[in-house]
Design a protein around this ligand. Sequence first.
Ligand code: SAM
Length: 222
Amino acid sequence: MIGKLFVIATPIGNMKDITLRAIDTLKDVDVIFAERPRHSLKLFHHYGIKKPLYPYNDKNWQRQIETALKLVKDGKNIALISDAGTPAIQDPGYRMVNYFRQKNIGVVPVPGPCAFVCALQASGLPTDRFVFLGFLPRSSEKKKKILKTYGSLSATLIIYESPLRVKKTLNDIKDSLGEREVVIVRELTKVHEEFLFGTPSQLIPKLEKIKGECVILVKKSD
Ligand code: SAM
């Protein structure tokens, strides 16, 4: 019998944000593919998970997908976890899932934390319709083009951003969409979790020394 691929969400900060099923599944599988094995070891020590760990990232994904496929064909169940949150959401996990689907191999989702859902659920912005844009291109020109395209929809926009580029992206939002209501969320579920509210002009002066991973939400036009 061939094995299955379990796609398992892990915490985005607070170690308690993991489901009982995720812990059980991580203990049950034969091998775990992790984006940053050393980083994941802290979580595994905490929950007593002891399994062979294989690195799976942007650089080695092609080779490691073949390794994973061989293991599954040998009857092993494998897990895929990312650095944080839900695998396949803005990380190389998608490629493994896609490949396994093409080969008709069972893929089982084990849901849990995801940064953009966490940001949206406590932002106070409309949740009836939203568009997840993930990471935008670094060039302002390309970024503004995407913002204008999706900004015309009647939906909350959600963007992932590094703290180093938040200020620049807020300027691009101001240039392409004007003074819309924006929420910047950083360090979700961590000690310094923070929600900043305002228009781009109100927020830009506060972003000089912003730290931590960020999610930017933009309200739809009125
Ligand atoms: N797979 C992850 C998920 O489920 O959200 C996302 C991975 S993506 C490579 C990393 C980005 O997610 C960060 O740059 C940031 O925009 C967002 N992110 C992850 N953890 C976060 C946190 N604790 N607080 C705010 N944003 C976070």
